[in-house]
Ligand binder design. Structure first.
Ligand SMILES: [Cu+2]
Length: 158
């Protein structure tokens, strides 16, 4: 009489153990999807038509839906031999090696703040042109975008 009952208990215990293991696995893996790595997208990019033919600025917004920060480390474009990243401190521009894309946040480049400087241009971009920019990051794959050239005084609406 003890045999079958003990067997049933063992089976029940085994089933409970499996259920617990599944619940724990679900807990560890299912959190919020890609919790520990950046998930980047780019929007609102533009290049104002430059007043001089040798230099242009560039603005982009990089949105990060992931739980880990990333860094914009460089930008390349057929339009310019060199693209540098600048931040603005007071009224002075300072060149920086990278710009942080915070976790669950955004890196927003804007006039008077962080921006890209394109120098040694291959040609002067005009309103209506599209400029190809490739953004390189510390951990995410590069993102290539086609950026419109806007009037010199253009300001994006929020
Ligand atoms: Cu600058």
């Amino acid at each position: 009489m003890t045999g079958p009952a003990a067997g049933a208990r063992r089976t029940a215990a085994a089933a409970l153990g499996l259920a617990l293991a599944a619940a724990l696995a679900g807990c560890g893996g299912g959190g919020g999807g890609g919790d520990d790595r950046p998930e980047l997208s780019v929007s609102g990019a533009y290049v104002p038509q430059p007043p001089t033919p040798d230099m242009a600025a560039g603005y982009v917004t990089v949105t990060n839906k992931g739980g880990a920060a990333d860094r914009l480390t460089s930008v390349t474009t057929p339009l310019a031999a060199e693209v540098t990243m600048h931040t603005t401190i007071g009224t002075r521009m300072k060149r920086v090696a990278s710009l942080k894309v915070p976790a669950d946040g955004e890196l927003r480049l804007a006039t008077g703040g962080d921006h890209l400087m394109l120098t040694n241009l291959t040609h002067k971009p005009k309103v209506g042109d599209k400029v190809s920019l490739t953004l390189h990051f510390a951990s995410s794959d590069p993102i290539e975008i086609k950026v419109p050239v806007e009037p010199t005084t253009y300001r994006p609406k929020d």
